[in-house]
Design a binder for this molecule. Structure first.
Ligand code: FAD
Length: 293
């Protein structure tokens, strides 16, 4: 009997992950699974555990570089209706992991709810925004999150709230396998004023980031007290190209994937940048993107 018998409707095999990453890169996963309910998710987790199948949890793939040979295991994506709900109750918003972050931000603006407009222009899902504590110069997602509902690798669902729940620069103390939803506490404000902030952030991003290219946002975290992009720029690496991967001229912390690009080109370019920055500034750059290889 097959490992996922009875669940064929939500399980695809040998699934090309390039279709699901912002980079448009990445080989096949053994299994690509989109459960429709929490019960189905639990069943999938059980079957993976029983059969020793490694689980990867994928959001919108905007912070991922997946290897050309793909992944031996199951990639689970929470995108079905149940996992993409957003509920508004006064200043409290419950957003499920599969909801689109940009849609959440805009709806909050329209409703005059302030607190996450700083996330303007950041692609991805709510689950990814929680796990990465997405944000930047203007603020981060964690500041608005009060409670998260999680599922651990044994299928147990539980909640974690502040102050036990902590957010830091591009990380959280969540160790559970799945973020199911996040409860946000927002403030009421004038929608027009929030929209002005949104527009300012958009203009800033348009002027400073290579929009309309295939990329994965910032490749490296900023080292304490420094800017990774500025170090890469000062090392003279803008425009450096390996295969189909090239360091953006507009923002040196972005690597653009051109048409012929393979994941291995991006990985080699990452190593070349790290080495040059280490040599010139004695600084070890740490990855902000995740590499699944
Ligand atoms: C053009 C561009 C601009 C960007 N700008 C910014 C920026 O300004 N600031 C910033 O912080 N990021 C930025 N990013 C990176 C990225 O958008 C964020 O990290 C985003 O939060 C990732 O969300 P995702 O749904 O795509 O997650 P994915 O990339 O799919 O996954 C990222 C991580 O989250 C985990 N994850 C996703 N969903 C779940 C879940 N439900 N449960 C448990 N774990 C989960 C994954 O396992 C993985 O570890 C940018 C990316 C691009 C392409």
């Amino acid at each position: 009997m097959s490992i996922f018998s009875g669940l064929e409707q939500i399980v695809e095999t040998h699934y090309q992950l390039a279709r699901r990453t912002w980079y448009g890169l990445g080989g096949p996963a053994d299994y690509f699974i989109r459960p429709k309910t929490i019960e189905q998710l639990r069943e999938i987790v059980d079957r993976c555990n029983e059969n020793g199948i490694r689980i990867y949890v994928m959001g919108f793939g905007s912070n991922l570089l997946i290897g050309d040979d793909g992944l031996r295991g199951a990639v689970i994506k929470l995108e079905a209706e149940q996992f993409a709900q957003i509920k508004y109750e006064d200043q409290e918003v419950t957003a499920w992991a599969g909801a689109e972050l940009s849609k959440l931000v805009l709806t909050c603006v329209e409703k005059g709810l302030s607190g996450i407009e700083a996330l303007t222009g950041i692609p991805g899902s709510v689950g990814g925004a929680v796990k990465m504590n997405a944000g930047g110069n203007f603020g981060d997602f964690g500041s608005a999150v009060e409670t998260v509902t999680l599922m651990d690798s044994g299928g147990v669902v539980f909640e974690k709230s502040k102050p036990e729940l902590e957010f830091d620069y591009r990380k959280t103390n969540i160790t559970a396998k799945f973020v199911l939803n996040a409860r946000l506490k927002l403030n009421t404000a004038d929608p027009e004023q929030i929209m002005r902030t949104v527009k300012e952030i958009w203009i800033y991003k348009k002027n400073n980031q290579p929009l309309n290219t295939k990329n994965s946002g910032c490749i490296f975290k900023n080292p304490p007290g420094a800017s990774a992009g500025a170090l890469i720029d000062r090392a003279g690496l803008k425009g450096l190209k390996i295969g189909g991967a090239i360091v953006s001229d507009k923002h040196a912390n972005f690597i653009i994937a051109e048409k012929s690009c393979r994941s291995r080109d991006v990985m080699r370019l990452i190593e070349a940048i790290k080495q040059r920055v280490k040599e010139q500034f004695d600084t070890e750059l740490e990855l902000e993107i995740e590499i699944w290889d």
